[in-house]
Design a protein. Sequence first.
Length: 191
Amino acid sequence: MKNKILLTALVFGVLSLNAHGDEPSKKDKELMQITDKFRSNPIRLKDFEPKGDVVLDKRTGLTWMRCSVGRKWDGKTCTGEAKKVKWKDAKKTCESLGGKWRLPSIWELETLVYCSSGKDRGRKKDLDACKGKFEYPTLVKDAFVDAKKKAWSSTPCDAKASKVFYVYFREGNSLRDNQTFASKKPVRCVR
């Protein structure tokens, strides 16, 4: 009986360590700390510096496309229609733009979440939603004027990549989708 309990504990421990497919890297852990510490803090608003069609996140050093793929920055807003793709095509979509653009990891994408209510539900295994009365979507609107409700990440949930992560900006949390049958979602690239 003791062996069975120990084996069960080990299995669940391994699964929780590898919830995103692999153990997060040192950089991923730093990004998680930024998200967990600042996503409900108004100081985070000052971290995003729009520069034409890109946005620099001064805290993470990442540069983001200001508009979702398929839309264009006209100097005031994003115009055109956002391109929605299945996860299997999302990585190629960013890479095809050149200029070192790539599909962000879940930890990178989560750093864009901002809970304007100043309250969030924390992180259990995955990033949980904002709480209280917060603005939708949960991105810094001055920087990301075309904020869509969802965006793909490059991060599989497990080694088989049967499920993958995306961020649901309507609520400010990360969710999972079956990549084989996944719906099409917008893409926001990073470099």
